[in-house]
Design a protein around this ligand. Sequence first.
Ligand code: SF4
Ligand code: SF4
Length: 80
Amino acid sequence: MATKSKRGFITIEAELCKGCYLCKSVCPFDLISVSDSLNQKGYYPAQYNEAGIEIESHVCKGCALCAIVCPDIAIEVYRE
Ligand code: SF4
Ligand code: SF4
């Protein structure tokens, strides 16, 4: 029986983000981009490209690399 590949998703707390983009640099699937709206601290926060897309279609594997490198603990990772 084939192993079902894992799917995941993340949430990014925009108000905690300081715009370092380490998360963007480590995602193996390039799933994080830069928002064009400033947060209250004056940074353009990282944003997750699959937000609002059904999980069955996600490329994100929930590997958590993005969350591990975030210095501000702004990213939560979920897996299915
Ligand atoms: S690593 Fe954290 S602080 Fe840096 S851009 Fe990503 S979410 Fe923002
Ligand atoms: S959990 Fe992994 S695959 Fe998903 S957005 Fe973060 S780095 Fe990319």
